[in-house]
Write a protein that binds this ligand. Structure first.
Ligand SMILES: C[S@@+](CC[C@H](N)C(=O)[O-])C[C@H]1O[C@@H](n2cnc3c(N)ncnc32)[C@H](O)[C@@H]1O
Length: 252
């Protein structure tokens, strides 16, 4: 099974189908702020920042000095074009070999990135290395239980299998963080809900708004989409969408 996603190709449409509503953005940022406590004078690093959908508002909201690093020039190019982008330092680089000195940051996080990396242990060691003593590192991911509970599994039978193979379990991530030297490791399960027009949700799925949908065979994608469209045909215009995540936080 090839589990690689090409963010160079995904970049131009990333924000159109994966944008966060104002309510979701507030919820996601609230988690980062609660755990990382970025504030003016502090330095924060968004590892695998993509199009900066969290990086830019985090900087604006907190006044911290913020860096956004990503391996994809195309994703960074999308970020640089956004309002507020000039307030962030954008860096092309690899999470597994961070181009920063030891102890440079008060807070470092990676949101939905770890499952894309070949050497996860090295990426966690790098996150630990660039934090100052007492600085916090945060991994934002999806647990195996949360993967099994995705409502999309009913339509795309291989979805869970693909994600279970590529997302490390919470226990594995904790072990990697312990191995890298993190202490006071804690985790929190997150659930966010948003009201969304059914048509918008379908448009997101049609355009493969999560990377796992990119990895399905064309036949499975077409048949799952047809089933989903049928099942939502009788629904009212508005539907409730639930997102589940887990974060794991540790201190250097
Ligand atoms: C699902 S996106 C998440 C982007 C962003 N964190 C967000 O939540 O919107 C995954 C990102 O990880 C980046 N990525 C993949 N491998 C990477 C690596 N080795 N180093 C840095 N970034 C990487 C991709 O280019 C992509 O932008």
């Amino acid at each position: 099974m090839d589990l690689k996603c090409d963010y160079g190709k995904i970049a131009p449409s990333y924000d159109r189908y994966r944008d966060l509503s104002p309510e979701l953005l507030e919820g996601w940022l609230g988690v980062l702020i609660r755990w990382g406590r970025p504030s003016p004078g502090m330095k924060a690093l968004d590892i695998g920042c993509g199009t900066g959908r969290l990086t830019i508002p985090l900087q604006r909201l907190t006044g911290a000095e913020v860096w956004g690093l990503d391996l994809s020039e195309e994703m960074l190019e999308q970020a640089r074009q956004k309002k507020g982008a000039a307030g962030v330092h954008w860096v092309l680089g690899d999470a597994q070999a961070l181009p920063f000195p030891e102890g440079a940051f008060d807070f470092a996080f990676m949101c939905l990135v770890l499952h894309h990396l070949g050497d996860k242990a090295q990426a966690i060691r790098e996150m630990h290395r660039v934090l100052r003593p007492g600085g916090r590192g945060l991994v934002w991911t999806v647990s195996h239980r949360q993967i099994r509970e995705s409502p999309l599994n009913a339509f795309f039978p291989s979805l869970a299998e693909i994600d279970l193979a590529r997302f490390p379990s919470i226990r594995e991530i904790r072990a990697l963080m312990e191995g890298a030297g993190f202490s006071a490791i804690r985790e929190e399960e997150l659930a966010f809900q948003e009201e969304t027009p059914t048509s918008c949700y379908l448009e997101r799925v049609r355009n493969r708004y999560i990377s796992t949908l990119e990895l399905l065979s064309p036949a499975e994608f077409a048949s799952g989409l047809a089933k989903l469209e049928k099942s939502l045909a009788n629904k009212r215009d508005q539907m409730t969408r639930t997102q589940q995540f887990t974060i794991i936080v540790g201190e250097r």
